[in-house]
Design a protein around this ligand. Structure first.
Ligand code: OGA
Ligand code: MN
Length: 299
């Protein structure tokens, strides 16, 4: 097996070289699966994958989720969600902004997605440097790094995750900075805000969750989406959430991914969170294919 792991200095984001995901031995698959479970984020480099090959690899980790808005799903392969700022025939081919605040995907659902695999087809480049990095933070390492007094304080607490609060914030942010976003996306964000209010009820999840496979504990709170702590006065809860998120995004827990063509980044929503950096615009193109692994209720 020529698989080789190049470790970063962060607790997550290690790079796996020397494999072809379209043609994996059982030992290679096991090594990738173990690394993903253990570290939360791994980057498989140098891939050339058709949508079918990405889907086949992803399905080995469980059932896949289809994104609710079909316009951003790949025609013919709707379990591939397109993340892109490219406009074709006047229409965006994907979602340009898939998360510019710190978040764990779908934490506002009763059963949030387990994780996602994002595969880079086009990376915006300027002066030979990539733009549109993605930041990842280890919520597991951040939990381990808490003082015992804070661990004791948050044990057993639950927090509300609100898609309507997130949608309202996203629409407000886009409206405040419309130069950075196309009109179709802005209209979509506003429609989503209005729809979320009626259709996506808030859910509460434990603030400290236990990984479904490794049993490791991690913090579970997303910026803007996790809106209050159950049973705590609003302001006190918000202050606690902010302090936990500020703790998680300290440099020692964060890996910044600079994208290269052919990278497939695998992230685990049960032990990490992430944030997209929107520092590029057309004509610089970003084009990625995402597959999403179904998850279970956080415990
Ligand atoms: C996502 C996401 C980050 C990025 O697809 O869920 O947050 O850098 N993407 O595109
Ligand atoms: Mn995301």
């Amino acid at each position: 097996m020529s698989l080789r792991i190049e470790y970063t200095s962060a607790p997550l984001g290690h790079k796996i070289h020397g494999v072809d995901l379209a043609n994996l031995s059982d030992a290679e698959f096991k090594a990738i699966e173990d690394a993903w479970n253990t570290y939360g984020v791994v980057v498989v480099t140098g891939q050339t994958l058709t949508p079918e090959q990405q889907l086949a690899f992803s399905r080995r980790f469980g059932g896949l989720e289809k994104f609710v808005i079909d316009a951003y799903n790949l025609p013919g392969n709707p379990e591939i969600f397109v993340v892109s700022n490219i406009i074709e025939n006047g229409k965006p081919i994907g979602m340009a902004d898939a998360g510019r605040m710190w978040h764990s995907d779908m934490c506002f659902m009763p059963e949030p997605s387990r994780g996602a695999f994002l595969y880079a087809l086009e990376v915006p480049m300027q002066n030979g440097e990539p733009l549109g990095d993605t930041l990842f933070a280890s919520t597991a390492a951040a939990y381990d790094g808490l003082p015992d007094s804070v661990k004791a304080r948050i044990t057993g607490l639950r927090a509300v995750n609100s898609f309507s609060a997130r949608s309202a914030a996203a629409a407000a942010q886009a409206e405040a900075d419309p130069g950075n976003i196309d009109s179709a996306t802005l209209a979509h964000l506003k429609a989503q805000r209005d729809k979320a209010k009626v259709e996506v009820p808030d859910v509460d999840h434990p603030l400290v969750r236990t990984h479904p496979i490794t049993g490791r504990k991690s913090l579970y709170a997303s910026e803007l989406i996790t809106s209050e702590v159950v049973g705590m006065p609003l302001e006190e809860g918000r202050a606690l959430l902010k302090s936990l998120i500020d703790h998680i995004i300290q440099p020692q827990y964060v890996y910044r991914h600079r994208w290269k063509l052919g990278d497939l980044v695998m992230w685990d929503n049960c032990s990490s969170m992430h944030q997209a950096i929107g520092d590029y615009q057309l004509p610089l193109r970003r084009h990625m294919h995402r597959t999403t692994i179904r998850g279970t209720r956080p415990v």
